[in-house]
Design a protein. Structure first.
Length: 143
């Protein structure tokens, strides 16, 4: 499918996409706060600077956009038609980095939980809260 905007416009649009405080991330943060969870954001001392860190539970929440992080079988995980080789390599690097960061977090004793952008539904939020609460008993806090 051909792009509906010219190359310069697409480049400017893609460059303007930020990695922090995205709409999906803010939605997850609002939900967690409303549920009474307290958390830290983008801790630099952890692999990959996780989006949300819940030290009390030993959980890190990674809010992944389906496009950038290649959500399997998701309709939003499309590959742009222009400069295809670049995008395929870029996406492979992103997925490799995600796997490496999750592995490193587990090695440090953290439990990574991935929330996909396309799954931001009330039922998924409820499941997220259960995953966090069941992860580690309160009272065994981490740094």
């Amino acid at each position: 499918m051909a792009d509906i905007v010219d190359r310069a416009t697409r480049s400017r649009m893609m460059a303007g996409i930020g990695g922090k405080d995205t709409a999906p991330e803010l939605a997850v943060r609002r939900f967690l706060h409303r549920e009474g969870f307290r958390f830290r954001l983008h801790r630099r001392d952890l692999p990959g600077r996780p989006d949300i860190v819940l030290p009390r539970y030993g959980v890190v929440v990674l809010v992944h956009g389906c496009f950038w992080h290649r959500h399997t079988r998701c309709r939003y995980a499309t590959t742009p038609a222009s400069n295809r080789e670049f995008w395929i390599a870029k996406f492979q690097q992103n997925v490799s980095r995600d796997r490496r960061n999750a592995r490193d977090l587990r090695r440090l004793g953290w439990r990574p939980v991935v929330v996909w952008e396309c799954e931001l539904t009330p039922s998924r939020f409820g499941a997220l809260a259960r995953q966090i609460r069941e992860a580690q008993p309160e009272g065994t806090a981490r740094g």
